[in-house]
Design a protein around this ligand. Structure first.
Ligand code: F6P
Length: 548
């Protein structure tokens, strides 16, 4: 009996082979031809999910490509894997954990089981505690050691314990309590801490130490500096810490050992991955900034996309479709990177947030069984808000030698209308997507009267794929949907690539080496210098310079 396709290595699955053969047939097709051959393409290849609208017509795909990609998802067992994720199975096999961020936004009263236990009541209980805390701070009722109300909040965290909070704060700043100041410290470089706190008064400042493990070098170093800064600024009394520090972590003992009271700790669970945690207590700063009602609305947005992902047929399933299109671009069209281009200044940190989400999840070199993959996995994600990027790197996207698929993100309405700005902004989104797809031929350039020697320089080949993703306006609910869209897109790809999207062993080696090098840089003892000649030399040089 032949084995089910999902058991076969990816390259041997019938749909993959069919896609490879199909790619040979369509590789020369230009988007111009695809549009010319189908007058309705621009309306047909669109999709709505919740508040989001996707135009994916400017991808280099035919109906057959799409059908084969959908078959690829079927053959990968995506349906079953989605079920496994939502059922709390331990799909993060290398860490023996569930990946159940969807439980963080499950409505109160629903049931999500982990090891036979319904976790929704615990999630809701933490949300209630966060709400009480956020309301107290926002109302000026949380007073510091000297009795002054807290007016500044500094989130200390890194990776998922920073990028989610800072992205969401920036994205939803319009909805934030403007009388409070929010800062985010992540980098081990002391200047990050110094710049974030230089104009703040300790008496009015509260630190949120956000760390799932409460042992991350960067976060603990910054938290210790924050404690020193605070105590020094408040007359040297260590008791001040209690009213100026709260923690978000899964590690209660470590939190109390640091001096933060258990009552001021907000917990979460090992089934929440760092890069999937902005809607857990890690979002505490977000909740204080935008208020509990807006935070709940963001959670409803996440949940709306979860339900779409869980229930929509693949052909109408936005994360599935976007995941497969990006996979087509990566594995068949040879794209190495993907640009995310929000035409919304408030989303300026969204590309940085997506970098961790996509690349820490799917930057993997072995399958779930530990066999080397024989295909590319995650593309490199990058991006900047439009229109700034247009005056910087778009040149390469339009006329460079690499294929860079783009996700344009835009909104029908600005949060802050200002004169003609929004029409001009949106004209640029539509123009860029059109220029990338259709380009400009030598004949068209010549017809404009361009001198012959400049014609090649002014030709645009076009045929550059893009998605245009739109919503009415950027609200907390829309941000939730947008974030969940990319979470599930990553999941879809991880399933097809047969990798564990929820571990991150690749960050360990550098961390361990840094720990062994630290003693060689600090202190007076002669360094061991037991490394390679380059590392030894760099250490020697640094020590000599430091001693001068
Ligand atoms: O970069 C590795 C990592 O473990 C991320 O996955 C995580 O988001 C980040 O470090 C921070 O970890 P923690 O929240 O435990 O401090």
């Amino acid at each position: 009996m032949s084995q089910p396709a999902s058991r076969l290595p990816l390259l041997q699955r019938p749909s993959w082979k069919a896609l490879a053969a199909h790619h040979d047939e369509v590789r020369q097709l230009h988007l111009k031809d695809l549009f010319a051959g189908d007058a309705g393409r621009g309306e047909r290849l669109t999709l709505s999910a919740g508040d989001l609208f996707l135009d994916y017509s400017k991808n280099r795909v035919t109906d057959r490509t799409l059908a084969l990609l959908l078959r690829l998802a079927q053959e990968a067992g995506l349906e079953e894997r989605i079920r496994a994720m939502f059922n709390g199975e331990k799909i993060n096999a290398t860490e023996g954990r569930a990946a159940l961020h969807v439980a963080l936004r499950a409505p109160a009263g629903s049931t999500v089981l982990v090891d036979g236990r319904n976790v929704v009541p615990e999630v809701q209980a933490v949300l209630e505690r966060m709400t009480a805390f956020a309301n107290r701070v926002r109302a000026g009722q949380w007073t510091g050691h000297t009795g002054k109300p807290i007016r500044n909040l500094v989130n200390i965290g890194i990776g998922g314990s920073d990028l989610g909070p800072v992205m969401a704060y920036e994205a939803l700043r319009h909805y934030s309590e403007r009388s409070l100041t929010f800062r985010f410290v992540s980098n081990l470089d002391g200047s990050d801490f110094l710049e974030a706190t230089r104009d703040l008064h300790p008496a009015e400042t509260l630190f949120i130490v956000s760390s799932k493990t409460f042992s991350t070098l960067e976060t603990m170093t910054n938290a210790n500096s924050a404690r020193e800064w605070l105590i020094a600024g408040l007359g040297g009394d260590p008791k001040a810490v209690a009213r100026h520090f709260v923690a978000v972590s899964t590690e209660a003992e470590k939190v109390t050992a640091f001096g933060i009271e258990a009552a001021n700790m907000f917990g979460f669970w090992d089934w929440v991955g760092g890069r999937y945690s902005m809607d857990s207590a890690i979002g505490l700063s977000t909740m204080v900034a935008i208020g509990p009602d807006h935070f709940r609305s963001m959670l409803r947005g996440f949940h709306r996309m979860d339900e779409h992902f869980r229930t929509a047929p693949f052909a109408e399933n936005m994360p599935v479709l976007m995941g497969l299109l990006s996979l087509w671009n990566t594995n068949f069209l040879g794209a190495e990177t993907a640009a995310v281009l929000p035409y919304e200044q408030y989303l300026k940190r969204f590309p940085a947030y997506l970098q961790q989400l996509t690349m820490e999840s799917n930057g993997k070199h072995v399958t779930r069984e530990g066999r080397p993959v024989e295909y590319q996995t995650s593309p490199i994600y990058w991006g900047e808000p439009g229109t700034n990027g247009q005056h910087s790197f778009y040149q390469l996207i339009h006329q460079g030698t690499r294929l860079i698929p783009c996700d344009f993100i835009a909104f029908d309405h600005p949060l802050v209308p200002l004169g003609r700005h929004h029409d001009l902004l949106l004209a640029n989104v539509f123009a860029q997507a059109r220029a990338l797809a259709f380009g400009k031929t030598a004949e068209e350039v010549e017809a404009e009267g361009t001198v012959a020697r400049l014609v090649p320089h002014r030709v645009f080949e076009g045929n550059r794929p893009s998605n245009v993703l739109m919503a009415d306006r950027l609200t907390p609910a829309v941000l939730g949907q947008l974030t969940a869209l990319y979470e599930h897109l990553v999941f879809t790809q991880g399933v097809v690539w047969d990798i564990d999207s929820f571990d991150q062993w690749g960050v360990e080696l550098g961390k361990a080496l840094a720990m062994s090098i630290i003693p060689d840089l600090e202190g007076g003892a002669e360094p061991t210098l037991g490394y390679d000649s380059s590392t030894n030399n760099l250490i020697r040089r640094y020590r000599a310079s430091k001693a001068r």
